[in-house]
Write a protein that binds this ligand. Structure first.
Ligand SMILES: NC(=O)c1ccc[n+]([C@@H]2O[C@H](COP(=O)([O-])OP(=O)(O)OC[C@H]3O[C@@H](n4cnc5c(N)ncnc54)[C@H](OP(=O)(O)O)[C@@H]3O)[C@@H](O)[C@H]2O)c1
Length: 173
């Protein structure tokens, strides 16, 4: 609720307490054709799966291509496609693999760069009833206001789902 998507230790333990059935998530997964994650999101997910604690996008429910943007690909992962270079080129490649479906962006740092570059069409937020008090902010950007258009609000157990589209018009210059 206080805008952090990970706590200060990158722990996601709190998330699993709220990860029950969510119709908004179940309706979204089939719309996703590919995923582009930031390197830190990949690293946290990998440490979960290496530790036998799940991992994968939407707990493994998403089965399509996954890309990771990084300056330094790891030498020991041959199952993931690592991309580097110009952000627009990277997004174009990952979106091309979505086969007409949506590209899901994961990671706050990456999402903010995409937002600033005008590459985000929709924002889907799952608000969990917890105040983390610090950690990774989803929106740490400083810049002109961006007006969002509300698309839907729904609840699943204790979680509120908020979906917005972007009209791409800065409110202030
Ligand atoms: N609550 C949730 O639903 C949720 C969802 C997603 C993630 N998370 C959490 O959020 C945290 C990660 O988010 P984050 O914002 O810190 O990091 P992030 O966006 O996942 O990754 C940032 C990293 O990606 C690489 N990168 C980003 N842009 C790049 C570019 N243009 N070119 C090349 N490399 C680029 C850089 O890594 P290098 O320079 O090292 O290559 C950068 O440090 C983790 O704790 C994760 O578990 C939570």
């Amino acid at each position: 609720l206080d805008g952090f998507i990970a706590d200060a230790d990158d722990s996601l333990d709190w998330i699993f307490r709220f990860a029950g059935p969510n119709p908004e998530v179940e309706a979204t997964i089939p719309l996703i054709g590919s995923v582009l994650a930031g390197r830190r999101t990949y690293d946290v997910g990998r440490s979960l799966s290496d530790g036998g604690r799940g991992g994968g996008v939407y707990g493994g429910a998403f089965k399509g291509p996954i890309f990771v943007i990084t300056h330094t690909p790891p030498a020991d992962d041959f199952d993931t496609t690592f991309l580097m270079g110009d952000l627009r080129d990277v997004v174009r490649i990952a979106l091309g693999a979505a086969d007409g479906k949506d590209l899901l962006i994961l990671g706050a740092n990456l999402a903010q760069q995409c937002l600033d570059a005008g590459l985000i069409d929709e924002i889907l937020i799952h608000v969990a009833p917890i105040l983390l008090g610090g950690g990774v902010r989803l929106f740490a950007r400083l810049g002109p206001s961006i007006e969002l258009e509300p698309m839907s609000v729904s609840a699943a157990g204790a979680v509120a789902n908020l979906r917005f589209s972007l009209n791409r018009r800065p409110v202030t210059e």
